[in-house]
Design a protein around this ligand. Structure first.
Ligand SMILES: NC(=O)C1=CN([C@@H]2O[C@H](COP(=O)(O)OP(=O)(O)OC[C@H]3O[C@@H](n4cnc5c(N)ncnc54)[C@H](O)[C@@H]3O)[C@@H](O)[C@H]2O)C=CC1
Ligand SMILES: O=C(CO)COP(=O)(O)O
Length: 296
């Protein structure tokens, strides 16, 4: 049996540890010790041949710097986001520590709560190393159908950007603007994230498949999504701090909206929905933002 180590015992790390234990010996670690099955130290986890990393995008650079020692492990990154302070993509951050041949990125529609119940879904493993993607695909359980792709940047942009659109969709729902407005916003969001991805050399198809439309439709239409719930809170006039305190979990769309703001300024890119989400996080009235987005 393969030895798989999961880093991060939050919602997603715990769900992946559960799912992958169908076929492998799975161990898990976190920055604070937990009373969960097969919990081991970071030092022990780093000895596993396969590592699944779920440390959030805003913390990963310092986590890698402080904790990671590369000894030829095969890495699957399961987080989704862009670093707010620098606008760096995850694959750029990881490239300082892990060669391209040893790293893959997971994308697609996957609420941890449903994975924990063994409910079916289909996901994509994205890597420049096609053999590595295949190896990781064999580790996944029967209830998850795995596709593979070499479009790392497409998967990354889609996974990160959809969280920002999900915040906007939550605001739309929270303001009671109706299903027509939601569908308009989500489909414009898909176009916006695809245009942004193409700017970075992503493949168009990634945005129409599981990584793009699949994950966007899931996250932007359900209050199971933390990002969607951030939007619901903003629509009620609550502050970012207040919403996050109640959530108690990560909502990557917030940091990613700040990252997209930085990138759009630097590269002079037109990102209308991301811009409004950023401005609402900075205090703009949601009603005004949605009017600016949806009226002619
Ligand atoms: N929950 C879900 O349904 C899914 C989540 N994701 C992504 O997975 C990532 C993690 O999300 P969740 O596990 O749901 O969040 P969570 O809020 O449940 O857990 C976050 C985890 O990150 C760890 N962490 C936070 N700061 C850290 C630091 N400085 N150093 C080390 N570890 C740190 C926490 O200890 C915790 O284990 C996010 O990027 C999220 O977008 C992706 C797909 C599905
Ligand atoms: O990425 C996810 C599902 O694929 C989870 O989305 P949230 O972080 O918004 O809950």
């Amino acid at each position: 049996m393969s030895k798989v180590g999961v880093i991060g015992a939050g919602k997603w790390g715990s769900a992946l540890a559960f799912a992958l234990s169908e076929k492998s010996d799975v161990f898990i670690t976190s920055r604070t010790p937990r009373e969960v099955k097969n919990f081991v130290s970071l030092k022990e986890i780093l000895k596993c041949e396969y590592l699944i990393i779920t440390v959030p995008a805003q913390q990963i650079a310092s986590w890698l710097e402080d904790n990671f020692v590369f000894t030829n492990q095969k890495i699957l990154v399961a987080s989704k986001g862009i670093e707010a302070t620098t606008g760096r993509f995850l694959n750029d951050i990881y490239a300082n520590h892990i060669p391209e041949s040893n790293i893959a990125f997971l994308s697609g529609p996957s609420f941890a709560t449903e994975v924990m119940q063994s409910l079916p879904t289909a996901l994509v493993i994205n890597s420049k190393n096609e053999e590595l993607s295949k190896e990781f695909s064999y580790l996944f359980p029967s209830f998850i159908k795995i596709y593979t792709s070499t479009d790392v940047i497409g998967a990354e942009v889609a996974g990160a950007y959809k969280n920002v659109i999900a915040i906007a969709a939550g605001i739309c729902e929270g303001l009671g603007l109706g299903k027509n407005a939601a569908a308009a916003l989500i489909s414009r969001g898909l176009v916006e994230m695809q245009r942004f991805g193409l700017h970075y050399g992503a493949k168009e198809d990634s945005f129409l498949g599981l990584s793009g439309a699949g994950d966007l439709f899931l996250t932007a239409s359900s209050n199971m999504s933390r990002n969607f719930r951030v939007g619901l809170g903003l629509a009620k006039g609550r502050t970012q701090e207040d919403i996050l305190q109640e959530l108690g979990e990560v909502a990557e769309g917030i940091g990613t909206a700040y990252a997209l703001h930085e990138i759009s300024q630097l590269r002079n890119l037109y990102l209308p929905i991301a811009k409004e989400v950023y401005e609402m996080l900075e205090g703009k009235n949601p009603k005004e933002s949605l009017r600016d987005l949806l009226s002619s």
